[in-house]
Ligand binder design. Structure first.
Ligand code: TYD
Ligand code: MG
Length: 449
């Protein structure tokens, strides 16, 4: 469908329609519609980051748009890359009810200290947003709430209010009259996002787009715009737990893989200042099959507890259950254990879990997983002050990990004094408590003394 060349705009309320009428359908004023040229539009889904730009020397480009603005939420700033960049568009995805609106409202409140922030709510009525803001202590005059789902109306309000930051909650409910497809369809999401991105770039304001994603990714919508936006954050967590993890899966302005940890409470989301302590807080004393390792997420190491339970399986039906670790990786580690260290686990049920619902997807956690299994199998606890690091190879060798010092430092801060680390890493480290490990067999011997 080609866009019409002209349109009629109400001089009273600014509503636009493709057809002339004696009375505005929006504000009901008479004789207020005037013809004007419809804005030249880019093709559907096109992103305009800088209209009519000419090439320029890279050294002459000013860095004004790399200034960082704090959202006033430390954990959010961290994930964004030390605050938000003007003109950046951030997709905030996550399951319904996980806390996206809460986080956005809290951030909007803080950003409103710099000037008006437009919070477009397509899912909740203004009084609902107000009630929530009261509870979060996030109500302020500069926080403008707009209950609107039509993009053209939102665009007019952006013109009128000239916000310094924009939140659109959610991208699924927002639709444009340019397309006939239903709100939330891929076409609508693409077009609406492209135009909001254009607005953010043109005005040099940060824009947060909220998108619902179901666990199995059934709603494909927000996924299609991952490549259009600058930053993609996913809000994760277990409904059964109060903690939430905000993860950057894409970031043009910072580290990916960075995470922010929050706790959901009666007054909204509070940043968890020390995630390592938080995740180890319920660690059992002297339990077998419990091993602590340090994973590096983005710029910061986080200590995590890996638990394993090994128990004899009925003949011929040994099961492997991996929660938070890759099932294929676990299979590999079990094979290495059996073949290289002589632990007969083939006939055992093996369950592995990373406490806190975390996903440990780096090979540096291999040895910790392996020792958790070995500990449960042998019914031998690891001393509580032991940190385990190392990648395991198929020959049973233990390979070096990156950022060893940062990981050890994080553990030292929490009272760990014994560090089972790859021999290659240990060569370049002289500190007390380091136990160099070069093979899986050696690790098992050293660990359970
Ligand atoms: P919400 O931000 O509405 O989630 P989303 O926008 O991702 O769908 O969060 C809703 C949940 O958070 C709801 O189950 C209630 C809970 N909650 C709190 O526990 N404390 C609070 O202060 C707020 C505002 C919400
Ligand atoms: Mg919401």
């Amino acid at each position: 469908m080609a866009a019409p060349r002209t349109r009629y705009v109400c001089q009273s309320c600014g509503a636009a329609t493709p057809k002339w009428a004696g009375r505005c359908t929006q504000c009901a004023e008479w004789n207020t519609l005037e013809e004007e040229a419809a804005p030249q539009s880019a093709p559907k889904g096109a992103v305009a980051i800088s209209a009519g730009a000419a090439p320029q020397a890279i050294t002459s480009i000013t860095g004004h748009d790399t200034r960082r603005i704090s959202t006033g939420i430390g954990e959010l700033d961290r994930v964004l890359g030390d605050g938000v960049v003007p003109g950046a568009v951030i997709l905030v995805g996550g399951d319904p009810g996980i806390g996206k609106s809460t986080l956005m409202l809290q951030a909007s409140h803080n950003l409103a200290a710099r000037g008006p922030v437009l919070y477009v709510s397509g899912e909740e009525a203004p009084h609902q947003v107000r009630m929530r803001a009261e509870r979060l202590d996030a109500a302020t005059d500069h926080l403008l709430v707009l209950a609107e789902t039509q993009l053209e109306a939102i665009e007019r309000h952006i013109e009128n209010t000239a916000p310094t930051a924009l939140v659109v909650d959610s991208i699924q409910t927002t639709w444009t009259e340019r397309l006939d497809s239903v709100p939330g369809s891929v076409g609508q999401i693409r077009e609406v996002s492209a135009r909001l991105i254009g607005i953010a770039k043109k005005r040099g304001i940060p824009a947060f787009l909220v998108g619902h994603v179901t666990k199995d990714g059934a709603i494909a919508g927000p996924r299609v715009l991952e490549h259009m936006v600058d930053t993609v954050l996913y809000f994760e967590g277990d409904r059964g737990h109060a903690y939430r993890v905000l993860r950057a899966v894409k970031n043009r302005f910072g580290n990916t893989n960075e995470i922010g940890v929050f706790e959901m409470g009666g007054e909204g989301l509070a940043g968890v200042a020390n995630p390592s302590a938080f995740f180890l807080s319920e660690r059992p004393q002297g339990a077998t099959g419990s091993v602590v390792t340090a994973a590096v997420t983005g710029t910061r190491p986080i200590l995590l507890e890996v638990q394993a339970l090994v128990s004899p399986a009925p003949y011929g039906s040994a099961r492997r259950t991996a929660l938070g670790v890759d099932a294929a990786r676990l299979g590999l580690l079990l094979a290495v254990m059996e073949k290289r260290a002589g632990l007969q686990v083939a006939a055992e049920d093996v369950y592995v879990n990373v406490v806190g619902g975390f996903k440990l997807d780096e090979p540096g956690a291999d040895l910790a997983i392996l020792l958790a299994v070995a500990g449960s199998f042998r019914d031998a606890p690891l001393p509580e002050d032991t940190l385990v690091l190392g990648e395991v190879g198929l020959a049973g060798e233990v390979r070096a990990v990156q950022q060893i010092e940062a990981r050890i430092k994080e553990a030292e801060g929490l009272g760990f004094t014994r560090f089972l680390i790859p021999a290659r890493n240990a060569e370049r480290l002289s500190r007390p408590g380091v136990v160099p490990i070069s093979s899986v067999r050696e690790a098992i011997e050293q660990a359970f003394q």
